[in-house]
Design a protein around this ligand. Structure first.
Ligand SMILES: [Zn+2]
Ligand SMILES: [Zn+2]
Length: 409
């Protein structure tokens, strides 16, 4: 379950509520859109109820995403949903529990008053521990584990001290006795934190037209000059995209990432023919595939892990080449909610789940290395039919509910 962020519109000051997965702040009062950017990750503060106290904020790692793991010759997946304490200080709760869901948080900005404690534990270790617990028994031999499509942020819990007691500033309740009073915090205090939050005007860098996207989009598009943009380091960066035109003007275009890659160490994949041989697909290969580069496909939108893997596998194994163009004007584009960097982490899982002769691939999973080449965003036409979205060329269908549900993942 996600949580709600309260934010005022930088243009008109109107109060807006955002979801944890939102990037685009769209103001219902003045109509202005802003893309919210923070280096690394967003930082939020839980609201305190101790107005006359010096507030001390303790960091918690918020992680919500899917962990995929390969063991016992199969691919498994679980949801990891945690808000785990980020420093080793006696008296702090290990987890925020349901608190972020029970109240609205705000972004931490340079104006947020209070003392911030440093995040001293290793975020990757916290996530890995949660991932290991989700992947079955700790003693199981997991050959590969990866996290795909996660949202990661830091949530600060407000505290204060009174005499030698540490108080929770939300409930105004003592939570621990401090042996050395305030001194206990000294080594953890973050001196001069500068956590800027940038609100970027969503104008096309190439033509100045309004960029389009939904609140959870990670790619914005310009229908005026047919371009697609991703925010990297606080600026819009152009990405390569293609649209495969549908026969029916009513169709909806779902986005997919297509990435060329080769694999070595353990298995050798230099071409699509290598992939077909190694995964032992029942498919007759023409000579031309020997020199065809290998492309990994995956949805560019969040969706249940099982559907994500199925779609990735179907498109990757078929390795179809489509007639495509750049034009997006007047087309119904479905939002890109999964960045390429996330999709790129699925290659090993995809290889494992595609292979029909498990022992040719599984034992080598730990050492396999991928060399990633060019990536492209491909919009494929789907037709709505009842509860399904159908890709006619591929005879692939996606349940509309699972698309809707995927957005809350
Ligand atoms: Zn506004
Ligand atoms: Zn443009």
């Amino acid at each position: 379950m996600g949580f709600t962020i309260e934010q005022t519109c930088p243009q008109c000051g109107g109060a807006i509520e955002l979801d944890e997965t939102d990037h685009l702040l769209s103001c219902p009062y003045c109509g202005v859109k802003n893309y919210i950017f923070a280096p690394n990750y967003f930082r939020y503060a839980l609201p305190h109820k101790a107005p006359n106290k010096n507030i001390i904020y303790a960091p918690f790692l918020r992680f919500k995403g899917n962990v995929f793991f390969c063991k016992d010759m199969s691919v498994g997946h679980r949801v990891v949903d945690i808000a785990h304490v980020g420093l080793d200080l006696k008296g702090l709760p290990v987890s925020l529990g349901l608190r972020p869901q029970a109240m609205k948080v705000t972004f931490v900005t340079p104006e947020t008053e209070g003392t911030f404690l440093k995040f001293t534990l290793k975020a990757s270790e916290i996530v890995d521990r949660a991932g290991r617990l989700s992947s079955g028994r700790l003693s199981d031999q997991v050959l590969h584990r990866t996290y795909i499509g996660e949202t990661m942020s830091v949530i600060y819990l407000p505290l204060y001290t009174e005499k030698d007691m540490l108080f929770d500033a939300i409930l105004n309740r003592p939570i621990a006795k401090l042996a050395n009073g305030d001194e206990a915090f000294e080594p953890f205090i973050h001196k001069n934190p500068k956590w800027d939050l940038t609100f970027m005007a969503t104008l096309c860098p190439q033509c100045g037209w309004n960029l389009e996207g939904d609140r959870d989009s990670v790619i914005l598009t310009c229908a005026n000059c047919d371009t697609a943009w991703e925010v990297r380091q606080g600026a819009f960066d152009r990405i390569q995209h293609k649209v495969v035109p549908g026969r029916n003007p009513e169709c909806v275009y779902l986005p997919f990432w297509k990435t060329s890659a080769t694999a070595r160490e353990g298995v050798e994949i230099q071409s699509f023919a290598d992939f077909i041989r190694i995964t032992n697909q029942p498919r007759v290969l023409g000579k031309e595939w020997d020199n065809a580069p290998m492309h990994f496909w995956s949805p560019a939108f969040k969706i249940r892990p099982k559907v994500f893997l199925n779609l990735s596998r179907q498109f990757t194994i078929s390795q179809k080449t489509y007639h495509s163009e750049e034009g997006i004007k007047g087309k119904r584009l479905y939002s890109v909610t999964l960045p390429w960097t996330e999709a790129a982490q699925s290659m090993k899982v995809l290889l494992a789940s595609s292979t029909l002769t498990k022992n040719r691939v599984y034992p080598y999973l730990p050492q396999i290395r991928f060399e990633v080449g060019r990536s492209e965003l491909i919009y494929l036409p789907f037709m709505e039919k009842g509860h399904e979205m159908i890709q006619e060329d591929m005879d692939i269908s996606i349940n509309k509910n699972s698309l809707e549900f995927g957005r809350s993942l």
